[in-house]
Design a protein around this ligand. Structure first.
Ligand SMILES: [Ca+2]
Ligand SMILES: [Ca+2]
Ligand SMILES: [Ca+2]
Ligand SMILES: [Ca+2]
Length: 649
């Protein structure tokens, strides 16, 4: 990875975002009253005066009650308040009304900062990522157009109860860029009237906690795992995938194999009351769905599609209907075409309704290994010393030249935050600033066994690496797939979280080497300032980094990472003294897992992971900002969704 091309290939999208920190609840009252079949819930908020802060070129607006920021490239960054209330599954909203009072208008002496455009990698000529969206900054009107908006989603709450979520987004500060004025709320009261479905007692034909959908030839090998799961109270049923296509249990429904599998999962939830779905087979054996969410115009560094197993977990929309991820019905899923400002073409709910994870096995030998690893882990980890160690690896992910005045070591900031959530674990920090990050120390510290392992830096399907502070030309801590077979932690496998691009791109395949060459010719191997050949995207790896880590004999018990380009905030553009890399996108996602596990005590792998997703949907404007949606859709959970983290006592 010394060449320029290698450097580019594992670069991550840096999105320079501003997130207002210091999350505080607004002064909120909630009352519910009932009339006939309709219920009304009232939400009341009061707001303090926004704080104005002039910076070098622009200014920022802070609001004590903000839970985050509206943050879309080119649009002014403004505080938002997001609140979610839980309603019975299948609820529909029949009316929403509001009353509000405003504060006196405020004259600004500067423009509000537009949200930065993402940069795919760092060049010698750092692009100016700040640019004003003309349609807004030259328009004599208040932005956003309304004081609030709302969104209905459906999924499992933190008690695993199927729920309809009403997420309200309030825009307490609105901005007129021509007049240089802001209007802000003093108070707002929102009355939400809704109709809940008639409560019926579900009648299940059978009950299970988990189904395992596998390639047919893996079924026999998985039987010991089914026995083990049943013995610990996780009632499990094995479903060879042909039984779905052949309508063995339910009538076959769906336009292609993926949709048939998804309908099967829905039927299994409604008929058998399942909570977990384990997919056993690689991207072709249990076919993966591709998302068509775009974050670039095409050309050098974009990926126009990527695999997303969230497709299989997201069964319902807010009103309880099937969520098919193709609302315009053109056979292309989760479409969100570029450029910025283009709306979603498929409305995707994105909140999981079952806990899905995949064992991306390509061979029978991998199935045998995984069955053995899961049983060993769940029966021995709780009595172990090794589980109480937590190993983190990170450095300076992005050069300070794009940080706008700060010099954070982003990988260390994020892993430090994760460790903060895990105080009773013995921290093992492999950090560039400590001078102790190397192949040898990584192998040694993982080899001793640990309960959790967190790499945060740059990735590809074949490697992970980071930088020493200030040295963006050279890599450090390079860790390749080929090194994982040398790990000596057999019987002591951690759960692995990796921050970086493409580590979990589980649809890589050697045939892509030929397909890429046929498509691009010798340009396939070319890298220069205007072209980046696909050879350096490593999508021809036999298996991706995050899966190799799980499938080797020691390695990890499960992993999560990204199947596409990641997204990281750099700098501290909102001037709150907190590194933006942990206030949104990948860094928030990764750290939130540890918070939920150790602070909220959610200890079943699929549940912990899916509560990260659900929380993300409820805290960030995922339907308005494609980068937030991409964080959700690219993350892949590899492992057993019903895994008891830390094993059974
Ligand atoms: Ca579509
Ligand atoms: Ca859903
Ligand atoms: Ca940095
Ligand atoms: Ca910050």
């Amino acid at each position: 990875m010394k060449k320029r091309g290698y450097l580019i290939s594992i670069s991550i999208f840096a999105t320079l975002l501003m997130i207002v920190g210091g999350i505080q609840a607004g002064i909120t009252q909630q009352n519910t009253s009932k009339t006939a079949s309709h219920l009304t819930t009232t939400l009341s908020y009061q707001f303090s005066h926004p704080t104005l802060q002039a910076n070098t070129q622009y200014g920022t607006i802070h609001l004590a009650e903000a839970t985050g920021t509206r943050n879309i490239a080119g649009e002014p960054i403004l505080p938002i308040v997001m609140q979610t209330i839980e309603l019975p599954f299948g609820t529909t909203i029949t009316d929403i009304t509001s009353h509000f009072t405003t504060q006196p208008q405020t004259q600004l002496s500067w423009k509000i900062t537009p949200a930065a455009r993402p940069v795919p990698f760092i060049t010698d000529d750092v692009p100016n990522t700040i640019s004003e969206e003309t349609a807004i900054y030259t328009h004599d009107a208040y932005f956003p157009e309304t004081w609030y908006s709302y969104r209905l989603t459906a999924g499992l709450n933190n008690q695993d109860i199927q729920t309809t979520f009403l997420t309200i987004q309030i825009n307490p500060v609105r901005y007129n860029p021509i007049q240089d004025m802001i209007r802000s709320l003093d108070s707002i009261t929102i009355d939400i009237t809704y109709a809940s479905p008639a409560q019926t007692v579900p009648s299940y034909t059978d009950t299970y906690d988990m189904i395992i959908i596998c390639k047919d030839s893996y079924a026999r090998l998985l039987e010991p795992l089914v026995t083990h799961k049943n013995s610990y109270g996780v009632q499990t049923k094995l479903i060879p995938v042909s039984a779905i296509y052949d309508a063995t249990y339910f009538p076959t429904q769906g336009r292609d194999k993926q949709e048939q599998i998804k309908y099967f999962i829905k039927n299994a939830k409604e008929s058998w009351n399942i909570t977990y779905v384990m997919l056993v087979g690689n991207y072709a054996q249990i076919p993966a769905r591709y998302s068509n969410l775009e974050t670039d115009t095409g050309g050098l560094y974009e990926e126009l599609r990527f695999v997303s197993d969230l497709y299989y977990a997201d069964l319902y929309t807010g009103n309880g209907s099937f969520c098919n991820w193709d609302t315009d019905n053109d056979g292309r899923y989760a479409e969100w075409p570029y450029p910025e400002g283009h709306p979603q073409e498929d409305i995707v709910d994105m909140v999981p309704d079952v806990h899905v994870a995949r064992l991306a096995c390509m061979f029978k030998s991998e199935v045998r290994t995984m069955v053995d690893k899961i049983i060993t882990y769940e029966t021995t980890a709780a009595q172990s010393e090794w589980f109480n160690r937590m190993v983190v690896v990170g450095g300076d992910t992005f050069d300070k030249s794009i940080e706008g005045g700060t010099d954070y070591n982003e990988g260390e900031e994020a892993t430090a935050k994760a460790l903060e959530y895990m105080p009773q674990f013995i921290p093992v920090k492999l950090w560039t600033t400590l001078g102790n990050i190397s192949l040898e120390t990584i192998q040694t510290e993982i080899g001793k066994g640990c309960g959790f392992l967190y790499f945060c830096g740059h990735g590809s399907p074949k490697s992970w690496a980071t930088h020493n502070n200030g040295d963006y030309k050279n890599w450090t801590g390079m860790y390749k797939n080929t090194e994982m077979t040398d790990l000596t932690n057999t019987g002591m496998s951690p759960f692995l979280i990796v921050g970086g691009c493409h580590n979990s791109e589980f649809d890589t395949a050697p045939k892509n080497l030929i397909l890429g060459f046929l498509k691009e010719g010798f340009d396939y191997f070319e890298v220069n300032d205007t072209w980046f050949g696909s050879y350096y995207k490593y999508n021809y790896a036999l298996e991706c980094w995050s899966w190799v880590f799980v499938k080797v004999k020691g390695g990890a018990i499960g992993s999560t990472g990204s199947s596409g380009f990641g997204g990281v905030n750099v700098g501290d553009y909102n001037h709150d003294g907190i590194a933006d890399c942990i206030q949104g996108l990948d860094g928030w996602f990764e750290c939130e897992f540890f918070r939920l596990y150790n602070q909220e005590n959610i200890t079943i792998l699929g549940q912990t992971y899916d509560q990260v997703l659900t929380g993300y949907v409820q805290n960030f404007p995922v339907d308005a900002y494609r980068y937030d949606a991409k964080i959700l859709q690219t993350h892949i959970l590899l492992g057993d969704p019903s895994l008891k983290i830390g094993g059974y006592e």
